[in-house]
Design a protein around this ligand. Sequence first.
Ligand SMILES: [Zn+2]
Length: 198
Amino acid sequence: MYKYEIIRRQKIQYVVFLHGNVSIGYCSKDRKKGPNGCICRKCHKTYTPSKLLYPIKRKNYNNDSFIAGEWEDLKRVLENAYILTIFGYSAPKSDEEAISLMKTAWGDNYKRNLEEIEIVDVKEEDELCLTWKDFIHSHHYSTCKDFYDSWIAKHPRRTCEAFWDETMELKKVKENNIPKNCGFPQLWDFYEQLKKAE
Ligand SMILES: [Zn+2]
């Protein structure tokens, strides 16, 4: 219960750029980031464009301060996560270093006995389980081939609450599916309603 409350309070929702991003810049002094060309809210200097890490064998995630910071953020979030959704990432052998960093942050899967791993991938369940076995505790996982069948698409911004209610409190939670086939303005409206209630 304690772990769940932390997640409810923190409502951590942000994007990390683990290999840099052509559109993202940063201020190393103030540890802020934003679109390239924008200025840092603290020192008012223009953001430095982030470097890109290309898919080479040894990427040395610590060589660049921006990318190292992004990995630190990911580790911090993974340590406290209740659900981990893996979407569009096949964990290729060439990414050994990245997977090992994620595994260190996630920790011992035998101690993550409340957490859930959700994998959105067109591959078969057996293959996905094998790929992610070091992260999965017992049967605490689900797979789906379509993003819209995932927990985050069926219960946007309430995913952890809905999952807890269904699996721990045994309550049936009504789905609030992300609308399909619409543009960003409609999606922004949809999410705004949810945000207002928060
Ligand atoms: Zn700054």
